[in-house]
Write a protein that binds this ligand. Sequence first.
Ligand code: PMP
Length: 396
Amino acid sequence: MGFEELLAERTERMRASAIREILKVVSQPGMVSLAGGIPAPASFPLEIMEELVSRVFSKYGAQSLQYDRTEGFIPFVEALVPFLAQKQIHTSADKILVASGSQGVLDSVGRVLISPGDKVAVESPTYLGALQAFNPYEPNYVCLATDDDGLIPESLDDALKKNRVKFTYLVPTFQNPTGRSIPLHRRKQIAEIIRRHDALLLEDDPYSALRYRGEELPPIAMFAPDNVIFTTTLSKVLAPGLRLGICVAPEVIRKWLVIVKQGIDLHTNTFSQALACEYLSGGYLDRHLPKIINLYRPKQEAMLQALQTYFPDGFRWTNPEGGMFIWVAGRKGMDMEKLYWKAAECKVVYVPGKFFFANQGEGLETMRLNYTMSDEPTIHDAIRILAEVMKENLPE
Ligand code: PMP
């Protein structure tokens, strides 16, 4: 028996995700991947890890290896209070939930709120991993219009007027996949709209600390604290392998997030939490973050410069002040999934943008480029090669 017939209906639906297929070539020898969304290994503070590990054992001993409370390891959530305050999220340790990455938060929110057929509003395009987290709960997506400044507030107002939306999911700063940030005036408008409709926002903020230029932006949660589930992560500023996501939610939702987490994984890795606690409370993050920024800024500049130098007329791309991605839109009629294979023959890969749209058939001419994983000369050459592929395949 192959057991295929045992698969649940929702598992069958996951089969449709072609992206896993196309990204298989990424690991071929000699391939330059602009497709990933992962931090550079050089961004990890390896040099202090041994010291942190020994501190964990001397301070917490066996407790760091024991089962722990579902909400999060107490010394860690205490260390998260000032960490969140720096992001303008003012809360107390008893209100914070720790999850297995922000991805764990997205799954739990889906589990708590989405019944089959419920409406969830998302930016168009949005983070693919959020769609993958929500899809098993069978939502219908309401797609919100965006421009160079991210979500257009009127589109949200309109969607909330016309639909009974369970929640709206946004990545307001250095969005994955576009790198776009919603400016301050729009954040205030969005907060006002959310409050006026008595609606719920899931604000996902993994990237705001990775700012290379420009002014910091407050989270939307600051303007509508009672209407926002806020999530952030240590994946981009410490290490994704520790799997540490953080969530602050309105009390009613929070209570249920804890209950579902008990069923998912009881609690997040105690040892990771203890390690991160020492990292934060010892002031290491504040000292290390500028190094990560200095590592990524020239990579981003190299990519923007190479796009400017080599890409043909009719292409547009975002110019983000931080984060990990640049979003490129080719001429209408281009199919970046088709060109993916031609680029892969030339040993460069990216993610075709269509995968970030909840509605099929959108964004065919777009692609997401990542710059954190390669060095500057490699980025320069990869963009030159990609530009050649584009030039050879311009629409008539
Ligand atoms: N949200 C967004 C927008 C992301 O880009 C990512 C990582 N790619 C995540 C959530 C998940 O991050 P993690 O689970 O590692 O915290």
